[in-house]
Design a protein around this ligand. Structure first.
Ligand code: PRX
Length: 690
């Protein structure tokens, strides 16, 4: 499986300097430790667990599991019997045992240059305790679900860890609120993305109304005034909660200069029956809070991700395994050192932010940049300006961001020095070799290895990835498995392929951070990931292994699209479209996009008597945005009086993909019921994005 020796040709290496301080210094070193992690996982993960605090020790096997549906229920249990608290390990342990209280946990950099805030580990601990007490005072208990809908602000991390501290389960939303029963919702008034004001409060109010309509009332909403706190009371009107001006939290933030610029603030309606003010609640709350000791397998969070059948899945992660895995991957994949300044540009609302902004970095006592804005605002040098400002050493972003910046050439990058950079990372989709080369040559100046990390919401952390000082890199390959991960490539009949081959990427055994279930639907968990090939976790990705044993992800093999590193199911977009009364039928396919990777090309057949026009097009776009989220906004909508179908009525998506790309080479279309439909669709193709 893993070759004894790393290849010498056509590979890239990081600098020799990096090797000097690295945790894993050579390929041989990696292989040796990898074999240990597979042959003796208890010892390997037991060593990782020694760094953490356990209120009670585990009993029995370190990792117990069944991955074979034919042998009974699928389960994974890590460190059963142990109890701990993840917020205690991320905060109290770092402040008290490791004496990192004065170390910066986050440099918050706002959307607007000059808006900034620094938070130390001690301050973060205090704020988490205060907010944990607020949650408790609102009746939130261990096991309750709390939804969080906030921009990239420190309070988002505070809210997550406050939930974790009292054993409540957080679910951060970036899309329509799932209608499962959540007790409170924590949200903010709004935020700026570049020049654009996003009124989160209004969006959340609409979502809440939908939850109520479906019979899932959310009892309380706590609202953080991120923008409107700068404004006079008028922004909240006379229903504004009292004593806003005397809130200590606000005053402290004002002194540190956060959100300096005066800009229009969101007008937020205030419903005193439901809405509670974050700042008023926190004022007066004690900054000490005894953590709730949780069982290893107690739920930590639920994160919704697209499902190929259309309905989002609530991926559930549990306390101990997730903590160990995000901590270990963060430390080794970014080769974390105590004086590093690390920056992951992802949104915390996605798994990358959960694992590699909140949990993994804090578990290691790392200093991170937390960035609210966009790579292109106020100009396309913003990323590199921030790198120099904070002396960022380890930088983690998505191929889509690299492709976007590449378009502007190397000059905006070279305006800044970037001397501090040591390791660069990517995540979210295969990185095309051209973007890889640009990242390596221009951004990293051939000095910084690129860790192309393959993983999923479901895997909790990196599963295929280079280690910066140990793995020779091949542009576009996620290289080899992380410790404890055993990949295999299967053919359609479920046979494991050896040597150079291509097929389904699966994993043969669990690692501590793998998801435990689909929230509220264990059967769906088993069907989605374990039914197709009993005995294996099926990723849904295609994969190739080359002669040197390197793994290359070839993309999804189900009806999922990857837009800017985010998975979307075509079925989900289709159902959002057909929910509009004007639409009778919809079919959505991916069309390659130079920056986003894939864009959404939607074919819609209208209901009888409806005519297609720009107003309808705009309504459909809005409908999808509202139902799924901004990431799912259709790029192209084509009026399709009929869709190409087989005689049995199945839509031929393969043909639609060709039409979307204007490729006339259709292959065999003899099974089409009416082939004239195809020509009609070619003639009315959308050439420009809507
Ligand atoms: O298709 C793979 C792609 O993103 C999918 C997982 O998406 P999500 O759960 O939203 O998590 C994204 C962030 C971890 C995978 O099934 N993917 C992710 N990283 C890579 C990738 N494809 C190729 N190379 C990667 N490095």
């Amino acid at each position: 499986m893993i070759p004894d020796k790393a290849p010498k040709e056509d590979v890239f290496h990081g600098s020799e300097d990096l090797k000097k301080e690295a945790h894993i210094t050579s390929f041989e070193n990696y292989k040796e430790l990898y074999m240990k992690s597979i042959e003796n996982p208890d010892e390997f993960w037991g060593d990782v667990a020694k760094d953490f605090f356990w209120k009670t020790k585990h009993t029995g096997q370190f990792l117990d599991y069944n991955f074979d549906v034919t042998k009974g229920e699928i389960f994974v249990k890590c460190m059963e019997g142990a109890s701990t608290n993840i917020s205690y390990n991320l905060l109290d342990r770092n402040v008290h045992e490791r004496k990192l209280g004065d170390k910066v946990a986050f440099y918050w950099e706002g959307n607007e240059p000059g808006d900034e805030l620094t938070v130390t580990y001690r301050e973060l601990l205090q704020r988490v305790c205060q907010f944990a007490n607020v949650l408790k005072s609102q009746g939130v208990k261990k096991g309750d679900r709390v939804s969080i809908y906030m921009p990239m602000v420190v309070e988002l991390v505070v809210a997550m860890l406050a939930c974790a501290r009292i054993g409540a389960v957080h679910s951060i939303v970036r899309r329509s609120l799932p209608s499962s029963l959540f007790l409170p919702l924590i949200r903010s008034d709004g935020f700026y993305r570049g020049d654009k004001l996003i009124n989160l409060k209004l969006l959340a109010d609409e979502a809440l109304q939908k939850c109520r309509d479906k019979g899932f009332p959310i009892e309380k909403c706590i609202m953080l005034k991120h923008l409107s706190k700068e404004a006079e009371e008028t922004s909240l009107g006379s229903q504004s909660p009292p004593a806003k001006r005397s809130c200590p939290d606000l005053q402290q933030e004002k002194q540190t200069g956060r959100v300096k610029k005066t800009r229009p603030v969101p007008q937020v309606p205030w419903n005193p029956e439901v809405d509670l003010c974050w700042h008023a609640l926190v004022r007066g709350a004690s900054d000490e809070c005894e953590p709730e000791w949780c069982g290893s397998e107690d739920p930590l969070f639920i994160l919704y991700t697209s499902g190929s059948t259309g309905k989002p899945k609530g991926v559930l992660h549990t306390v101990s395994g997730y903590m160990l895995y995000t901590a270990a991957t963060f430390k080794l994949v970014f080769d974390y050192q105590l004086d590093d300044v690390y920056w992951c540009t992802a949104d915390i609302g996605w798994i990358t932010g959960h694992s590699y902004i909140t949990y993994g970095p804090l578990a290691n006592g790392a200093t991170s940049v937390l960035f609210e804005g966009l790579p292109t605002y106020p100009d396309v040098s913003r990323m590199w300006e921030i790198v120099d400002k904070y002396h960022v050493t380890k930088f983690y972003t998505a191929p889509t961001a690299i492709r976007l910046l590449m378009k502007y050439g190397s000059e905006p990058v070279q305006k800044y020095k970037r001397e501090s950079l040591k390791v660069l990372g990517t995540v979210g989709e295969p990185i095309n070799p051209e973007a890889w080369q640009w990242y390596y040559n221009v951004v990293g100046e051939r000095r910084c290895p690129i860790v192309d990390t393959f993983w999923q919401t479901e895997t909790g952390g990196h599963v295929l990835t280079p280690l910066p000082a140990a793995t020779p890199m091949k542009p576009g390959s996620a290289t080899f498995p992380f410790f404890g991960v055993v990949p295999a490539i299967l053919n359609e009949s479920g046979e494991e392929l050896e040597g150079p081959s291509e097929g389904y990427l699966v994993f043969k055994q669990p690692w501590p951070g793998v998801m435990r279930t689909v929230y509220g639907n264990h059967q769906r968990f088993e069907t989605t990931y374990f039914k197709k090939f009993p005995g294996y976790y099926v990723t849904g990705d295609g994969c190739r292994r080359d002669k040197d044993g390197y793994y290359w992800i070839t993309g999804r093999i189900d009806d999922m699209l990857n837009v800017s590193g985010h998975l979307l199911s075509t079925a989900e977009v289709e159902s959002a479209l057909v929910e509009h009364e004007a639409v009778a039928e919809a079919a959505v396919v991916g069309r390659p996009h130079p920056v986003k990777g894939e864009s959404l090309y939607c074919f819609v057949t209208l209901a009888d008597g409806v005519t297609y026009n720009r107003t309808l097009e705009a309504e459909l776009k809005k409908q999808v945005r509202e139902k799924i989220g901004a990431i799912a906004t259709p790029d192209y909508i084509q009026n399709a009086p009929a869709l190409p179908k087989t005689r049995s009525g199945k839509i031929m998506r393969r043909v639609l993909r060709k039409i979307a790309c204007d490729e006339r080479d259709l292959g065999d279309i003899s099974t089409l019921a009416d082939s004239s439909v195809v020509e009609q669709l070619f003639q009315n193709r959308c050439c420009t994005a809507v």
